[in-house]
Ligand binder design. Sequence first.
Ligand code: ADP
Ligand code: MG
Length: 264
Amino acid sequence: MSQVTAVQPSSLLPMVAARNVQKSFGDNHVLKGIDLDIQRGGVVSLLGASGSGKSTFLRCINSLEKIDGGRIWVDGELVGYRAQNGKLYDLDEAALTKSRLRTGMVFQKFNLFAHMTVLENLIEAPMSVLKLSRRDAIERAQRLLERVGLTSHHAHYPNQLSGGQQQRVAIARALAMEPEVMLFDEPTSALDPELVGEVLDVMRGLADGGMTMIIVTHEIGFAREVCDQVAFLHDGQVVESGNPADVIGNPQHERTRNFLSKVL
Ligand code: ADP
Ligand code: MG
């Protein structure tokens, strides 16, 4: 943990640092000591078989789940807890909300508000949580809709959009909270194959724009092309990580080889 100390300027810290992260659900020990660093502007893809703990890890970074041991820092700040005199204390509700805003999450199943238009989906949380004026929230939403190529769809309801369009709205909605890190949990897995590309294009644009991203995906081609790091999770641990060409092209760990032989 020596590289994560308060005396260093935060620009030198990894944007996300996970050390020995532990998480159990009852008797099921799911995360068994995850260690991972993601540099500022870094784009990491997290690979691993179903059940290896990928979603749980993302949910811990976003405080949707609480870790049982270890530490996660986002931009130098501890996630989910505050440390005082060497002890950890739970965050109160307000502090937890504020802390959660530092990471934006995109799910496999879009999770848009079905009864709201695209624009309403985008302005709801900026107004209610960030206390933006309606006018500022709309301005922000319009900028983001342009970025994901959906300007002309602002008045549509989610069920009037394709899956790819819905996912692009979900990305814009997460960005509207101006997170420091974006977390993607299999963002294209629920899409028809012909709609995958438009979502990956938006993600590629974000990566090019310097966003720090952690992406759980089975799109190995995308991982190789866009990510600067690939981490392979097996049974709740990162067993192999490095640059995509090495990990995907020449995996060292037997589990990584097995997994890649099935998805490539
Ligand atoms: P992955 O995303 O890699 O497929 P998950 O993180 O979803 O893996 O799941 C890892 C393990 O944690 C699985 O055994 C799963 O059943 C368990 N798990 C995940 N979320 C919960 C939960 N909310 N309650 C109980 N068990 C869970
Ligand atoms: Mg999952």
